[in-house]
Design a protein around this ligand. Sequence first.
Ligand SMILES: NC(=O)c1ccc[n+]([C@@H]2O[C@H](COP(=O)([O-])OP(=O)(O)OC[C@H]3O[C@@H](n4cnc5c(N)ncnc54)[C@H](O)[C@@H]3O)[C@@H](O)[C@H]2O)c1
Ligand SMILES: CC(C)[C@H](C(=O)O)[C@@H](O)C(=O)O
Ligand SMILES: [Mg+2]
Length: 357
Amino acid sequence: MSKTYKITLLPGDGIGPEVVAESVKLLDVIAEKSDFSFEYTEALAGGAAIDARNDPMPQETIDACKASDAVLLGAVGGPKWDDLTGAMRPESGLLKIRKELAVFANLRPVAVPPSLAESSPLRPAAVIGVDLLTVRELTGGIYFGQPVGNDGNEAFNTMRYSVEEIERVARVAFEWARKRRNKVTSVDKANVLEVSRLWRDTVKALHKKEFSDVELDHMYIDNATMQMVINPRQFDVILTGNIFGDILSDTSATLGGSLGLLPSASLGKGTGLFEPVHGSAPDIAGQGKANPIAMILSTAMMLDDLGEGKAATAVRQGLEAALGHNLRTADLCHEGYTPASTSEMGELIRTETLRHL
Ligand SMILES: NC(=O)c1ccc[n+]([C@@H]2O[C@H](COP(=O)([O-])OP(=O)(O)OC[C@H]3O[C@@H](n4cnc5c(N)ncnc54)[C@H](O)[C@@H]3O)[C@@H](O)[C@H]2O)c1
Ligand SMILES: CC(C)[C@H](C(=O)O)[C@@H](O)C(=O)O
Ligand SMILES: [Mg+2]
């Protein structure tokens, strides 16, 4: 009996639907050559859901996500909804589904093969061979701290973490390090913030108790952001909280030359959420310019999570082969390359993936 995976698609806004479409086409051709298939449910999220339901994350969407094996999300937000506040914002819808699915660990890998090094604004010699994984805490910290306030004159958010929240995400980072180069860099602001002091003490204690075979160091967020640019190869696994991980992962996108390359997997105990690191890119939306690679690599992470490692590997090998051709979307298209649209790049990656399946 062949297995059918239930996938909920949340295309969202801006370039979200454009890149999700490429993932679906890829999954369909993979299914044709495999002993498993996919059943899709498309649901509303973000600005699209505000327009249709006056709610950035309707209950029917949450129910569909929880009933599926995996969720693929494009991106949410954009200028049309920028005047909305609080729970009515598209971005609040994204935070809600992360919380509802309890996906507390957000994995954001970056690898720079030689084929991408020349697209980086940094010197190729500084970025070739970069292979790092940011493990970002995703359901706590200042994004979810209470109380929240804004009386028009003064506004505040609160950053809080409990030992339990820190330990469970730190465990994920240490476990990944054991499968990689055995090193964790924990990033915080323990020289200033109480929350970071607890973060650092908790990570140290867990390390001593369960993971003393893994190399551990600690770095302040300001230095880490600079180290990411001047010496990114020193990093294997980076462990950090919600807001520092948000900032540091966009910084890590400079290494390969585009935010359009960075995938992510948001994992907890149940259904995983697979979303590119980038947003809805209003400046290029609707023009066929979006790079589909971040979404396609997020789809590979989904295949891994579903236990379809062979298909995930074929996607990564297919992508590597595709990058050997001279086609590039606009974000990476410099001298010597031919410009490709989102769907042309998607088609090339599909063709190469099939060759590796
Ligand atoms: N996961 C998400 O849904 C998510 C993530 C980040 C931002 N956002 C939202 O997206 C909207 C725009 O935010 P922003 O402009 O700060 O960030 P953004 O990530 O949308 O865009 C930043 C820059 O990167 C470029 N870019 C992003 N993805 C690309 C791709 N796939 N291919 C080529 N270029 C790409 C954009 O053109 C832009 O120049 C905001 O409403 C923001 O809140 C959503
Ligand atoms: C849109 C926003 C809520 C989101 C975040 O800050 O987590 C985004 O920037 C990301 O990196 O996934
Ligand atoms: Mg971000």
